[in-house]
Design a protein around this ligand. Sequence first.
Ligand code: RI2
Length: 321
Amino acid sequence: MTSTSVHPDVAETADAIATMEIRGAAAIADAAAGALAAQARESDADTPEALRAELREAARVLYETRPTAVSLPNALRFVMADVEGDDVEDLRQSVLASAESFQRDLDQAQGRLGEIGANRLRDGDTVMTHCHSTDALSCVKAALDQGKHIEAIVKETRPRKQGHITAEQLREWDVPVTLVVDSAARRYLNDVDHVLVGADSIAADGSVINKIGTSGLAVNARDRGTPVMVAAQTLKLHPDTLTGHTVEIEMRDETEVITDEERAEIQGDPDGFDVVNPAFDVTPPRYVDAIVTERGQFPPESVVVLMRELFGSETKRPWEA
Ligand code: RI2
């Protein structure tokens, strides 16, 4: 079966994830679960084996879109973990129920995580954010719901300026926002009470893989004595790192950094330069004060215990035959 045989909803979702129309680790997981459900719902497979093959192919197409956020393979694992059915209809219903339950849990986990994270935020605190993380923002929202006054210094987050999404969301909640370019962050670290970021993946040693620029921010924050708080649902725990694998850092197109006109000028220059565009970086655990999940707050070095509890020693790869 080729990728063209997956349902158009799956192909569309995969394309939207790859182009970052759908972005953010939690949103990607939600969309992937929805796409598997669409494949099951719309399939005209006539045997359970045929439907399973279609689901595997759909999972593979989704899996191959972006490599860093583990929420994507974890979503595929969770949705396909216990699906069963002796006939096509039973299997279809099983997938639909599994996807629905996964999406519901995702939403609830973020709500619980927000309430836990909000306990770290005091009335009158200012947070500095990087990129746009719904897990991080759920902590701010819960603090606001508790009646606390919170302000924010929002890093623009080059190259895609996703900090603007954060700024807009915070303004909708009436949070006073100051937007700064990334290189101005250190100057304002003395004015903030917390650096608050999300995560795309968390490794077994407690390293945090998040939007490029997070590690520099965390090092500067440590230098200034500003605590770094990472808001990440357990879906962001990367089980493969339990067995020594490293997390692949996505390299994106240079067109996010320079325009076609700029590239054309460079190409005319025999001493022209290369452009690299890594989307993420790795913040070592020593620069992180707390990882806040829906299961509680953890020092980064102890997430390995949670990871073992949740994933065990063996991880399945349902996108493989
Ligand atoms: P939530 C984003 O990656 C950012 O790095 C953000 O911190 C992280 O996902 C988590 O987002 P990208 O998809 O799951 O924008 O907290 O490259 O929404």
